[in-house]
Design a binder for this molecule. Structure first.
Ligand code: ADP
Ligand code: TRP
Length: 324
């Protein structure tokens, strides 16, 4: 059976864009029994930017809580925290010695920041090697990632091949699965929803704050009584991604008829989010209030992943000439 593996950045509470664009499709893939799946929270990668222990820890919990709330089945997927399986760090060092310097210097993740080199730590430079170790430590066959990670997968393949040329076929050379038609969820200002643009709708916030973020959605100044074009409106564009067919058609009609204000549309969006994500919001809060449950699941995942990691690393060490 083929093995699918992917890592999730732990950069904070997942917003509506993360949920619809990444979490839901990945869970569908993970829950599909036709392959084995590994999913981990890349909290070692986070250390390249996060400098606060509490934030680092909370981010991991909130990502784990969100994935579980949206239906990730931790008994079917090996779900773990990267930093719990420290073998990956040893493998990163080993793989670094098989990684040509120019390959990393050409990585977009580093190159994009190379005009401000004083801000770049070596962790950020070595980031793709840690990612390669994440993947090949577990003999992953397929790695679903966004287009922005494609180059990191090419680097991973190059590193695995380089190692295999020296020591025999030790590593599986993974293939990327790039979803070309990724959904782009617009933010409250109409640009792509992103933490870095401060335009997110955080569906896990308490009602009052969630409502506030929806009320921030930018619209034009068409008066209430006039007809409006739903397809040009940020509220409708988001509503369409959450509501069901009948609700969408009803809102479309209301826009076209006139006498329907943006305030009402925002309220409808708020209500539909509360209703559609009721169960997930409750589950998320449950996990965030019972972190011991998250810990148990993550540790169980780490035990499964760790057993494979130890075995693989042993083989690698042996091939390299180290004594186990
Ligand atoms: P952000 O831009 O908020 O920092 P990340 O870069 O951490 O989000 O993205 C995490 C995952 O969520 C990625 O797989 C990314 O493709 C997906 N994602 C982020 N924003 C959106 C969006 N607006 N629409 C669809 N998917 C998104
Ligand atoms: N770098 C990936 C991202 O930014 C996260 C990640 C870390 C990852 N290790 C991985 C993804 C291994 C796939 C496989 O989204």
């Amino acid at each position: 059976m083929s093995r699918i593996l992917t890592g999730i950045q732990s950069t904070g509470i997942p917003h509506l864009g993360n949920i619809l664009g990444a979490v839901k499709p990945a869970i569908e893939l993970a829950n599909n029994p036709s392959h084995e799946s590994f999913l981990f929270i890349a909290d070692l990668h986070s250390l390249t930017t996060v400098r606060d222990a509490r934030i680092l820890r909370e981010n991991t919990y909130s990502v784990a809580a969100a994935w579980l709330a949206f239906g990730l089945d931790a008994s079917k997927t090996v779900f773990y925290r990267q930093s719990d399986v420290t073998e990956v760090c040893e493998l990163t060092w080993i793989l670094s010695c098989f990684t040509p310097y120019p390959m990393l210097a050409n990585a977009h993740s580093f190159k994009d920041k190379s005009n401000r080199l004083s801000d770049v730590n070596t962790g950020l430079f070595v980031y793709p090697v840690l990612m390669a170790a994440d993947i090949i430590l577990y003999d992953a066959d397929f790695v679903p990632v966004g287009k922005d990670q494609q180059q990191h997968l090419e680097i991973t393949r190059d590193i695995a091949n380089s190692f295999n040329r020296n020591y025999g076929d030790i590593f599986v050379v993974p293939k990327a699965i790039i979803n070309e038609q990724v959904m782009v969820v617009p933010g409250t200002d109409g640009q792509k929803m992103s933490k870095s643009y401060n335009n997110t709708i955080d569906i896990f916030l308490p009602d009052k704050e969630l409502r506030k973020s929806i009320m921030k959605i930018v619209t034009d100044a068409t008066p209430v009584e006039q007809p409006k074009d739903p397809d040009k409106c940020n509220i409708f564009k988001i509503f369409r991604l959450v509501a069901d067919e009948i609700e969408i058609e009803l809102m479309r009609k209301n826009y076209i008829l006139g006498g329907y204000g943006y305030g009402q549309a925002k309220e409808a969006l708020f209500q539909v989010i509360l209703e559609k994500f009721k169960k997930e919001r409750e589950q998320y809060n449950h996990y965030m209030n019972n972190k011991n449950e998250l810990e148990i699941k993550l540790k169980e995942g780490a035990a499964k992943a760790g057993a494979l990691a130890v075995k693989k690393l042993k083989l690698v060490r042996e091939k390299l000439g180290y004594i186990n």
